[in-house]
Design a protein around this ligand. Structure first.
Ligand code: CTP
Ligand code: MG
Length: 258
């Protein structure tokens, strides 16, 4: 299947004048870019001895791989890592001097959305403004390549809404009835798998998360709930999120081939 250039041919413009600065201009919109890495999960499904972001893959904690990829993007003002207030591993596993332009905020919440919302407030304290772009990236997607982030920035920088890396679904999709027996097959032609980074302007994302509540599992779904249509930007199969025990060995093999 050829990749659609865009799944949002008629993107509505956000409310509240969040993009007023862009009206009538074809020039690149103002606004700096920041990265925000939610890193306050416990990694229950991964079953590691410590939160998965601190488990080693190819000789280094997952989080270090992730931060290295983001540090390679000079157009990012900086990266804010959101830790749990109870985090006991960061300093030992990711030394402070490891990367430039990186800040910590021990403001993680009970859900990913709560961690991101708290991180956005912390970014404002560090100078981020309404129209600045925030690229939210899962700590657990440690195979990130700077070129994929660049593709997202290039595709979204002039967009009225924002967007995310995602992949068109390749397999036939089944929905179970609740007991691992198929209830129905879902047509896959318009289905995509959401990845990260997800890139939205700070004010829009804060408003979206405040209205969507703590249960949304990505930023785009909060923005969608406002009636907006984020841009789907082709990601990469390798941009997997370490989730299950078998993912560690897979990530290790993929890193070994680079
Ligand atoms: N995350 C977070 N705060 C939470 C939950 C998750 O910052 N309360 C972060 C995780 O650290 C991870 C990213 O969000 O980098 C994606 O979440 P997920 O893969 O679900 O990680 P966990 O929630 O840690 O894993 P699990 O759901 O298996 O417990
Ligand atoms: Mg989780």
């Amino acid at each position: 299947m050829p990749l659609p250039a865009s799944a949002t041919p008629q993107t509505p413009v956000p409310a509240h004048g969040e993009h007023a600065a862009r009206a009538g201009s074809s020039a690149r919109a103002p606004g700096r870019c920041w990265a925000l890495v939610p890193c306050a999960g416990v990694g229950e499904r991964a079953g590691a001895a410590l939160p998965k972001q601190y488990a080693d893959v190819a000789g280094e904690p997952i989080l270090r791989h992730t931060l290295r990829a983001l540090a390679a993007l000079p157009q990012l003002q900086g990266t804010l890592v959101v830790l749990s207030p109870h985090d006991e591993h960061f300093e030992a596993r990711v030394p402070q001097h490891a990367f430039d332009r990186r800040w910590l905020a021990r403001v993680g919440g009970a859900t990913r959305a709560a961690s991101v919302a708290a991180g956005l407030a912390a970014l404002r304290e560090r100078g981020a403004e309404d129209l600045d772009w925030v690229l939210v990236h899962d700590a657990a997607r440690c195979l990130l390549q700077p070129a994929w982030v660049q593709r997202l920035i290039d595709a979204v920088a002039d967009d009225a809404v924002g967007g995310l890396l995602a992949l068109p679904v390749a397999d036939t999709v089944k929905c179970e009835e609740g007991s691992a027996r198929v209830e129905q097959t879902i047509p896959r032609d318009r289905l995509w798998l959401a990845q990260t980074p997800q890139m939205f302007r700070l004010a829009l994302l804060q408003r979206a998360l405040a209205q969507a509540g703590a249960q949304v599992t990505d930023e785009a779904s909060a923005v969608e709930a406002l009636g907006l249509r984020p841009l789907l930007v082709p990601g990469a199969w390798e941009n997997l999120k370490i989730t299950w025990p078998a993912d560690f060995a897979l990530a290790e093999r993929l890193l070994a081939t680079r």
